[in-house]
Write a protein that binds this ligand. Structure first.
Ligand code: ADP
Length: 343
């Protein structure tokens, strides 16, 4: 990787709202200069709490958050939110309804040229002509762009975006996603985008961070994380996966579809074999061990459910396919889409 200077470093972050449940349970995360990190996790995994802790809106009970050498949070320190210069884009945009787009963007700025700078920020977002409009006169997409312009205007150290596309319809979401990435890149900003949508996370991320139960369980470039999940939980966060429990033996793990490579595991070690739907390669075979129970078109590919080999499974097959419901098939695994991890 080229520039991997760490801007923000979170170590062992802990936060409990209730005695019996840690919203943050020792989260570690680094944000790198000028890079976009997507924080992906299920609802309730602690994403918003981590964001709020970075912004200074939550205190930590243990652990630390540091901007370079400067401690923002540890057990003894809590730097005030306004001192951190963190830009925030909230899920509902949180624009001031009684202020124009221009006044919203100028809000966090100081100095005699603040209106000029706010106007330039709106121009960069291609919203120059909408400067005098009030939030209720703007479309959802425009409101989101004003919110991003407002966050970027004070040249923040870090920008945090909490589910910034969730209020928009699907078509607009894709377009706005691209615009947001472009705007963050143009500003050279270090950004953290929270989402629970795997496809969205992979589309925006330079680096992906997976969160589960208050911890960051894996980080890395999105394609690497997708290809090499560290656990069944990580694999499930990124998409459909079949999981077969097995034991390693002589560098292999046995599955109903034949042995798969499990080098590096001890003999007898319990492993989980993670199989992406596209790993299943189906061939029409009247003597095959499996039967197609359902066939669904999904545009460029098909989804075939099949029964046999000790279970019922889902395959993703390229379209077109001659394989129909009721057909018997034999099944092989494409090792590219199979991973073996510690159970
Ligand atoms: P996510 O953003 O991933 O959905 P959150 O950070 O919002 O997760 O929540 C993590 C956990 O903390 C959840 O169990 C949630 O119910 C709890 N939680 C979040 N905020 C509060 C709060 N203000 N008071 C009590 N519990 C909270």
């Amino acid at each position: 990787m080229a520039d991997v200077r760490t801007v923000l470093s979170i170590r062992g972050a802990e936060r409990r709202y209730r005695a019996d449940h840690a919203a943050l349970a020792g989260a570690d995360l680094d944000l790198h200069a000028g890079r976009i990190t997507a924080l992906l996790g299920p609802s309730g995994s602690g994403k918003s709490t981590l964001l709020r802790a970075i912004a200074g809106l939550e205190r930590l009970e243990a652990g630390s958050i540091c901007l370079g050498e400067t401690v923002w949070n540890d057990t003894a320190t809590h730097v005030a939110p306004e001192t951190r210069r963190v830009g925030m884009v909230f899920q509902d945009y949180a624009l001031f309804p009684h202020m124009t787009a221009l006044a919203n963007v100028a809000f966090g700025l100081t100095g005699p040229d603040k209106t000029t700078r706010a106007q330039a920020q709106l121009e960069a977002a291609e919203l120059g002509p909408r400067a005098r409009a009030y939030p209720h006169e703007l479309s959802g997409g425009e409101q989101q762009r004003v919110a991003l312009a407002r966050a970027l205007a004070p040249e923040p150290t870090v920008v945090l975006l909490d589910e910034p596309f969730s209020g928009l319809d699907r078509r607009l979401r894709g377009e706005l996603r691209e615009r947001t990435v472009d705007a963050l890149r143009a500003a050279g900003t270090t950004a953290l985008i929270v989402t629970h949508d795997a496809e969205e996370a992979m589309a925006v991320a330079d680096e992906l961070a997976l969160m589960d139960n208050g911890k960051i369980i894996q980080t890395g470039p999105p394609d690497e994380v997708w290809m090499s999940p560290v656990s069944a939980t990580a694999a499930k966060l990124l998409g459909d996966v079949e999981i077969i429990e097995a034991q390693a033996k002589a560098g292999q793990a046995e599955t109903p579809f034949g042995p798969v490579d499990a080098h590096g595991f001890e003999d007898g070690e319990a492993v989980s074999v993670l199989i992406r739907p596209r790993a299943f390669t189906l061939s029409l075979d009247p003597d095959g061990p499996c039967t197609i129970t359902r066939r669904r078109s999904a545009g460029p590919h098909l989804t075939h459910r099949f029964a046999g080999a000790g279970g019922e499974w889902t395959a993703q097959t390229p379209a077109p396919s001659p394989i129909r419901e009721g057909d018997r098939v034999s099944v092989e695994l494409d090792p590219v889409y199979v991973r073996v991890v510690v159970a």
